[in-house]
Design a protein around this ligand. Structure first.
Ligand code: IPD
Length: 292
């Protein structure tokens, strides 16, 4: 029920604040970090400790709800239709290691493989984004000046790709076809129309896909285009974005209703539906035959 979802949101907020305190207390410069696939794909002791705390708190409060977390994920594990908590203990681990304050804990609940609650908290800036399906998206800031501010803003026009501020991440694969696509698309997006590009205002790589979704939800960025990230990177952000009037299509052309686990996402900020769709078509058009 709606009340249950609001209670779950409140639990997730409480757990996210606890996780944030663990991030602040950890000294990333002495934090051991292991490499996963390569030297830019990293995990710290803090990632693991936070996921452990989140998992145990959720398990005791909601023993009947499944759990899927970045650090305990097993290859081949799939989201089921059953209610499931999805956890990224630290999204933006590289930022965390470097002390760059764009790092967040991202917690979500899915039902029938759709996100219905999303909570994203960046403890270094004190920004807390929350959403419950059908009940809007909200931002609370550390200063207290913004407390549960609805981020369903009156959507400004989104006339074309030209003039957009686009979030695009580099991921941890630094060779191969996905890498080629990121680098060539960056060039296409940035270069001027006379060379067949879009000349977007610029591109930004914040280092956290979860926060990129929040920035698009809040209308501070217009688009986020990414292939290769995982369900825990986007699940909470997806709920927040949709509740703020934004939409998600696939990063690859043709798919207007991508799956949560599809690993290809194009997030678009709130605007008139026709404008959102036309910008998606424009970006897909620039990809030509290129695909993630
Ligand atoms: C990463 C960040 C990054 C994205 C990567 C993700 P992590 O998450 O969201 O922006 O480009 O694909 O894996 O590893 O810091 O949780």
């Amino acid at each position: 029920s709606e009340k249950t979802l609001r209670e779950i949101r409140d639990s997730l907020v409480d757990i996210a604040r606890n996780a944030g305190q663990m991030m602040i207390n950890a000294d990333p410069s002495v934090c051991t970090s292991d490499t996963k696939k390569n030297t830019s794909d990293r995990v710290t002791e803090t990632d693991k400790a936070i996921e452990k705390m989140v998992h145990s708190r959720l398990q005791s409060a909601y023993p009947n709800i499944d759990f899927l977390g970045e650090e305990t994920f097993k290859v081949g594990q799939k989201l089921s239709d059953k209610p499931t908590f999805v956890c990224d203990p630290i999204d933006g681990t590289l930022n965390f290691i470097h002390g760059f304050p764009n790092t967040a804990v991202s917690l979500a609940l899915t039902v029938a493989k759709k996100p219905v609650v999303g909570v994203i908290y960046n403890p270094f800036r004190g920004d807390l984004y929350t959403a419950v399906k059908g009940q809007g998206a909200y931002l609370t800031t550390a200063s207290g000046r913004t407390h549960n501010l609805p981020i369903r803003s009156t959507p400004a026009a989104l006339p074309s790709l030209n003039g957009c501020l686009v979030a695009l991440e580099w991921g941890s694969e630094r060779q191969g076809p996905n890498w080629d696509l990121r680098t060539s698309m960056s060039q296409t997006l940035l270069s001027s129309r006379s060379t067949g590009g879009a000349m977007v205002h610029s591109i930004r790589s914040s280092g956290s896909a979860a926060l990129d979704f929040c920035y698009v939800a809040a209308g501070q960025m217009d688009l986020f285009w990414e292939g290769g990230c995982w369900i825990w990177d986007v699940c909470a952000g997806w709920c927040i974005l949709e509740e703020a009037g934004g939409m998600v299509a696939s990063a690859n052309p043709g798919d207007w209703r991508p799956e949560l686990e599809g690993r290809c996402y194009l997030a678009v900020r709130g605007a008139m539906r026709e404008e959102q769709e036309s910008v998606v078509r424009e970006l897909w058009g620039l990809m030509g035959k290129r695909r993630f």
